[in-house]
Ligand binder design. Structure first.
Ligand code: P6P
Length: 331
């Protein structure tokens, strides 16, 4: 019997009736539309003159790729006027984003990395969009920076879109992790993976061992342990795209880690709109996300582009990393 055709909106309505008339369902509709547009932009990048770099750098000091800018514009323009949001934060914009006064404001805050892993675009490697949704802390006021600087534990929903061999919209609204695959024939995301969970036994580890010399002694011991002769032996898979590595590890079990190193003394991954949403998904899928010292979801961002060391995946592996790091700190 063929699979029922369940769209994101239908599933969200059935899963969380309390949002039935709420803005979250329609916010997800806008995010899914953005995903379809960005998928087209990345797939047709070469023909839309979308590859290569802008003459600008983002707040991170990184040269902006044309697709970074177009993906950011797409998400911004789909959400700035809908009356569902009171604020946004984008990796590509220095300050938090106010909803223009001539638009009505909503109760949600959208934080997003419009295109993570964009250094892989020209080499045709899988990339992704990451997003998180908070509720405003004071719904009477127009959005404020305080509404943006919330720990991941406060997330109402989080997800990513992965632009790979197929385009998938993966999210959780606090009731498990669910994945919808874009059927390009009808232009609709349809449910293909309900209630995704990390398998009990992990298969992969994803770390850039090129940075090994500058890892802390505790992280080095963890990196050595991952490669030790433990059974069953884990396999190394690291493609330089957080969303792609995380997605594969959630399907087959594993850990993605980006510790602090000499290039990124506070870690490379951003807390608010990358590590927090991914840790929310990890916990919803039976896994765990940590800074190496504490739960990612309990980490309060001090500024919107704050970076953090990241350990995401099977709880057994993430807690092993915490153990090596803790032992090192004791020593
Ligand atoms: P490195 C992409 O820029 C990213 O933020 C993650 O998606 C990815 O895992 C990491 O950086 C790759 O960084 O230093 O290993 O090339």
């Amino acid at each position: 019997m063929s699979k029922p055709l369940i769209t994101i909106e239908r599933f969200l309505l059935s899963q969380q009736p309390e949002y039935a008339k709420g803005d979250l369902t329609t916010l997800f509709y806008d995010l899914a539309l953005g995903a379809k547009i960005i998928a087209m932009q990345t797939r047709r990048g070469a023909f839309l003159n979308n590859l290569g770099y802008e003459d600008t750098t983002n707040v991170q000091g990184e040269r902006q790729r044309k697709l970074d800018v177009s993906a950011d514009e797409t998400i911004y323009k789909l959400n700035d006027h809908t009356g569902r949001l009171c604020a946004m934060v984008s990796e590509e914009r220095e300050d938090w984003i106010r909803i223009p006064d001539n638009f009505s404001k909503g109760h949600y805050v959208l934080v997003y990395d419009p295109l993570d892993g964009s250094s892989n675009i020209d080499s045709n490697v899988t990339i992704g969009t990451i997003f998180g949704v908070f509720r405003a802390l004071d719904e009477e006021k127009r959005g404020r920076i305080e509404d943006c600087l919330q720990p991941g534990r406060n997330l109402v929903a989080a997800g990513y879109i992965i632009y790979g061999t197929s385009t998938m919209f993966v999210y959780s609204a606090g009731h498990g992790v669910h994945a919808f695959t874009l059927d390009p024939e009808i232009g609709e995301f349809l449910l293909t993976h309900e209630n995704m969970r990390f398998p009990e036994n992990p298969t992969y580890y994803s770390m850039n061992y090129g940075a090994y010399p500058s890892w802390s002694p505790g992280v080095k011991k963890f990196g050595d342990w991952l490669q030790s002769t433990q059974q069953p032996r884990l396999s190394s898979r690291y493609i330089g795209s957080l969303v792609a590595d995380f997605h594969r590890n959630m399907l087959y079990g594993g850990i993605y880690a980006y510790p602090a190193d000499v290039k990124s003394p506070n870690g490379k991954i951003r807390l608010l709109y990358e590590a927090g949403p991914m840790a929310f998904l990890a916990e919803q899928a039976g896994g765990y996300g940590s800074t190496g010292v504490k739960a990612m979801l309990d980490t309060q961002p001090d500024h919107i582009h704050q970076r953090t060391p990241v350990f995401l995946g099977n709880r057994s592996l993430v807690e092993k990393a915490e153990e090596f790091i803790r032992e090192d700190h004791k020593g």
